[in-house]
Design a binder for this molecule. Sequence first.
Ligand SMILES: [Zn+2]
Length: 194
Amino acid sequence: MNTKGSKKRLLEFLLANVGRIVDSKDLYEASGGASEWGRRVRELRDEEGYPVLSHKDRADLKPGQYLLESTKRRPAFRRGISKETRAVVLERNGYTCQMCGIAAGDQDAFNPARTIRLTLGHIIDKSKGGEDTPGNLRAVCTNCNEGLQNIALPKPARIHLLAQIRRATIGDQRAVLEWLQKKFSTTGNTNRPA
Ligand SMILES: [Zn+2]
């Protein structure tokens, strides 16, 4: 899919619907069926300064709903997150979505042909003054980031977690062991709590 083409189509669609709430299905279709439409919308917002609002900005918007508030562009944000910061945060979070717990490379439940990709989310949103610093960033999967799943699972209590693992099949226990070994064997790993 041509990136420029899908972004241009998304912008034209948003401009034709300024002040009107659109949803992710509309945007997906407007983009010409681009799998990366969410990323293109974020680029329009973060790099080109179009005020595209989501449920993170306005309480009356539901997850998956978007609103181009006006045609007036803000000065584009600087593209702040460096490769180094990204690597530090992903490593700290064990390459795992800090909202739903899914890991990079797991199968994507919303699109079984794809695997999960992680992106960085702001703990305090940029619109509320949050910065692009490692302390304000966490790994989130693209589904959580786009509000496709409206869940932030509470962290499981240790006693329940261990009980689940004890009940799991040997194969699943081995998978847990392998994942933990991988997580804790990386050099210089300083896994601080998420
Ligand atoms: Zn997630």
